[in-house]
Design a protein around this ligand. Structure first.
Ligand SMILES: [Zn+2]
Length: 85
């Protein structure tokens, strides 16, 4: 089974603290139990952003900055259209 984990190493600066990537206020990240990216909502500004568990930390990014592999909706679309390599 192929995964995209190896391509998810590009991280924006400051991705280790739990701050909203939009307003930079502290908010609690709620990553998935596995390495799948999930949407979280900022408790300060209410915007939706992506939280993704990496190997040794948790990363958050804005939707417009996320590659398709880190966007839950984009992943679903891609998988639905055929998972051939
Ligand atoms: Zn925010």
């Amino acid at each position: 089974m192929q995964t995209e984990l190896n391509t998810a190493v590009k991280a924006p600066e400051g991705g280790t603290d739990q701050r909203c990537p939009y307003c930079r206020e502290f908010t609690t990240f709620q990553p998935a139990a596995d390495y799948a990216p999930v949407y979280n909502y900022c408790t300060a500004c209410g915007k939706r952003f992506i939280v993704e568990r990496l190997r040794n930390r948790i990363d958050a990014m804005r939707l417009e900055d996320a590659p398709c592999a880190s966007d839950p909706e984009c992943r679903i679309i891609e998988m639905g259209q055929g998972d051939e390599e």
